[in-house]
Design a protein around this ligand. Structure first.
Ligand SMILES: Cc1cc2nc3c(=O)[nH]c(=O)nc-3n(C[C@H](O)[C@H](O)[C@H](O)COP(=O)(O)O)c2cc1C
Ligand SMILES: [Mn+2]
Length: 469
């Protein structure tokens, strides 16, 4: 898909979009409606009548496997596992972006006194958030030494009409660029694209290696180059079809308090001093559309996205390690992705299941924040939580199947870690496989394949419509 509008049309055509025409206030009401609707596994919402504004706001666009499938062109996706598999097939065929001379993102250009972020209905999502937050920005910066262009999603707080806060933490790529500018005592140019095609947004939220350009990955997943155009006030390449692009600079050596924010863990993060952006220019399409997401407690768009990119990353890293027998990897949305990994294994030798469990923690991606690895047999789909719980309930023996690791890399946002230990975590491997060394295991209750075939073909006889519906 080329832009957000194509995605919205596709959601609409496939019955996955609800247009909310009633007036809704950007100030906490919109966030509350979006969140309650997500909890009911409702459709994507397009708020067309935000109080005081003409600009619509899209939420809940990626929360379900079906909508994620529409976004990523994986038709008929029933589970995020379908997208995780396709992701791995497509990701290695990198396609660089194509520079074009202009694009719809330049239809309107506000500079100087005309600039105000409050011209757009940025929501205040949760009661204790520190202000109005842009959640779905694709933040573009450049390494002044190597010229490496990075795109990453970091939340953006509206401090004042021409000042934005940004949640930069040291491990992220934007921080590597900003450190260089600060060392030179120069402001860092920055562009924030909002309302882009769904692949661009998803890749912007995905960890890819340093010194690699995310535009090449977007091209890989879309199968076509992304059209980019030069920003108005600096050299950064921005998506030509974005709904809106904010351009500005981050001054060196200055900080403002940022937060709290309703985090993806389901808890508020503390306010901390962070760099900020002075806006120089905002360009936007005619009748722009904003895209946002609720973050907060699972399950929201951020959880679906992180399940896809994290599961795919750990799985690919296990393959690169040439780990035998790995059949699937899944980081469940409901566990806020980072904390739990389920891996299914076709066991081949004694100790294999535990080896895979330990290997998950040793992958670059699986090292971070992870604290529960559940190993299941290859007959268990790791994305099917009913099946995973069945395996845990009926194949796991705590004394035999538990290994505790005392020190690992934790997330500073993990509320279960004591304050003086933040950044660390302990870990467990739960081996919920049938023991390799046993000759037999209790007989499973299964339907007969033959009878299943007959009954499915006769389904309409019992129920009026065929088995597939
Ligand atoms: C909706 C959403 C919001 C996010 N907000 C932040 C954030 O505020 N700060 C942050 O460091 N990472 C945030 N992330 C995760 C980053 O986007 C992700 O780590 C990405 O890889 C960063 O890009 P980089 O690897 O180029 O640094 C967010 C992810 C999503 C899906
Ligand atoms: Mn990056």
């Amino acid at each position: 898909m080329r832009d957000l509008r194509e995605f919205i049309s596709a959601l609409d055509e496939q019955g996955e979009l609800k247009r909310v025409t009633a007036e809704v206030d950007w100030n906490k009401e919109l966030g509350c409606v979006a969140k309650l609707s997500e909890q009911k596994r409702g459709p994507a919402l397009l708020f067309e009548n935000v109080k005081g504004y003409n600009t619509p706001v899209l939420t809940g666009a990626l929360t379900t496997p079906r909508r994620f499938g529409i976004a990523m062109n994986v038709p008929g996706a029933n589970s995020l596992m379908d997208i995780i598999s396709t992701w791995q097939e497509r990701i290695n065929n990198r396609i660089p972006p194509k520079v074009v001379s202009s694009g719809p993102c330049k239809e309107n250009i506000d500079k100087g006194e005309k600039v105000s972020i409050f011209k757009f209905p940025i929501p205040h999502w949760y009661p204790m958030d520190g202000g109005r937050y842009i959640t779905n920005g694709c933040i573009i910066t450049k390494d002044p030494d190597s010229g490496w262009v990075n795109i990453g999603t970091y939340r953006v707080l509206c401090h004042e009409e021409r000042t934005l806060g940004i949640y930069v933490i040291p491990s992220k790529h934007i921080a590597l660029h900003y450190q260089r500018y600060e060392a030179m005592n120069e402001p860092m140019p920055i562009a924030i694209a909002i309302g882009v095609d769904p692949t661009t947004f998803v890749v912007s939220t995905t960890p890819t290696p340093p010194f690699e350009n995310e535009y090449d990955y977007i091209g890989a997943l879309n199968g076509v180059p992304t059209e980019v155009v030069k920003a108005e006030t600096c050299e950064l390449p921005v998506p030509a079809h974005a709904e809106m692009v904010i351009e500005g600079e981050i001054p060196p050596g200055e900080r403002r308090m940022e937060g709290p924010f309703g985090e993806y863990t389901g808890y508020y993060g503390y306010p901390t001093p962070k760099p900020f952006i002075n806006i120089k220019c905002i360009t936007y399409r005619d009748n722009p559309i904003l895209w946002g997401c609720t973050v907060g407690r699972p399950i929201t768009d951020i959880h679906a996205i992180q399940t896809v990119n994290r599961s795919a990353a750990i799985w690919m890293e296990l393959k690169r390690m040439q780990m035998p027998g790995v059949v699937g990897v899944y980081c469940p949305e409901a566990a806020a992705n980072y904390f739990v990994t389920v891996v299914s294994v076709k066991q081949r030798y004694p100790g294999h299941a535990m080896q895979v469990g330990r290997a998950v923690y040793s992958t670059p991606s699986g090292n971070y924040a992870n604290k529960i690895v559940i190993v299941v047999d290859d007959d268990i789909d790791p994305s099917d939580m009913d099946a995973v719980w069945w395996a845990v309930g009926t194949r796991y023996q705590p004394k035999r199947g538990t290994e505790i690791l005392e020190i690992g890399t934790g997330s500073p946002l993990d509320p279960s870690v004591e304050p003086q230990r933040k950044g660390f975590t302990s870990r467990v491997i739960i081996d919920a496989t049938r023991p390799y060394e046993w000759d037999s295991y209790e007989e499973e209750v299964k339907l007969s394949d033959e009878m299943v075939r007959v009954v499915k073909s006769n389904w309409a006889k019992y129920f009026g419509t065929g088995y597939a519906g």
